[in-house]
Ligand binder design. Structure first.
Ligand code: ATR
Length: 270
């Protein structure tokens, strides 16, 4: 019996156990996938040190430990290096190998939108933990202009410098949207229990698409408004499923290929 888990804090709301457990069952793998509260940095370090000897094949890492996980790895994939964060750890031969599947997760989710024409410009709202992988994915997709804005300007500027993209002031977040093909909310604004994202997006062009990586609620006010204007929208569930696929494959050597069904399954969960 192999164990895998997702570690974060807080972790109660994670949909990863339901998603992976469903695949474990479907593919007849002898394993279990649980959620572990990482509590704090010291506790997280201790977990990464002790879980391998307890029969863990690896873990997914989520907020707020992806950067610390990156620092603790013995080996890193290029993808993890490019983001500076690890959301997938593999415990192998006494080593901790760190990978990042958020880039591929976002890329696959974006591809599934089948945007035509392909987006050439994007504005990212928020420069927190989720932003770097999305920036790398957008660069890989060949976008010509990527802008980033964040309440705390220094964080947007830091990412803009690191990835050679354009920082925009928070007060200007809803200006000059007329040439934006893709708007992406990576903040927690709009999440259940949080205030909505206070931003007027009515001046986005009709062909623009809007992505909100929030999964609870399934449709934020931002997405409702965009959908009502006839724009293509996507919530965070496709990205979640598409980043989970390579994790499952890395641990068990089986690649789940039922993404649309898995997304629908998560859409139906509480
Ligand atoms: P995560 O790892 O979940 O991304 P995070 O790194 O704290 O968490 O990032 C949360 C994002 O939501 C940040 O962009 C944050 O802006 P700040 O960097 O200024 O904190 C943004 N955010 C959270 N609450 C916000 C609010 N009330 N107004 C504007 N932005 C907010």
């Amino acid at each position: 019996m192999r164990h895998v888990a997702v570690i974060g804090h807080p972790i109660g709301q994670s949909k990863s156990p339901a998603l992976h457990s469903r695949w474990i069952k479907a593919h007849g793998v002898e394993a279990d996938y649980t959620a572990i509260d990482g509590k704090d940095e010291d506790n997280f370090r201790e977990l990464i040190r002790t879980l391998p000897e307890k029969g863990y094949a690896g873990v997914n890492v989520t907020i707020p430990f992806k950067q610390l996980a990156f620092e603790l790895c013995d080996e890193l994939t290029e993808r993890a290096e490019s983001v500076g964060a690890a959301n997938l750890l593999i415990f192998r031969d006494g080593k901790v190998i760190g990978d990042n599947t958020d880039i591929a997760g976002f890329s696959a989710a974006l591809s599934s939108m089948a945007l035509d024409p392909a987006p050439r410009s994007a504005r990212i709202i928020g420069a927190g933990g989720a932003a770097p992988a999305i920036i790398v994915a957008l660069k890989e997709a060949g976008l010509e202009r990527i802008e980033i804005t964040n309440r705390t300007a220094s964080k947007a500027i830091e990412l803009a410098e690191r990835f050679d993209i354009k920082p925009i002031g928070w007060a200007a977040r809803d200006t000059k949207l007329g040439e934006i093909d893709l708007l992406i909310n990576t903040t927690s604004l709009g999440m259940e229990g949080q205030p909505p994202l206070d931003m007027f997006v009515g001046s986005l062009p009709p062909h623009a698409a809007v992505i909100d990586i929030i999964t609870t609620p399934r449709e934020t006010d931002l997405l409702i408004g965009a959908r009502e204007r006839g724009q293509k929208t996507m919530n965070g569930l496709p990205m979640l499923v598409h980043q989970a696929v390579p994790s499952f494959e890395a641990w068990f050597g089986i690649r789940p290929d039922d993404e649309p069904v898995a997304i629908e399954f998560l859409e139906g969960l509480k």
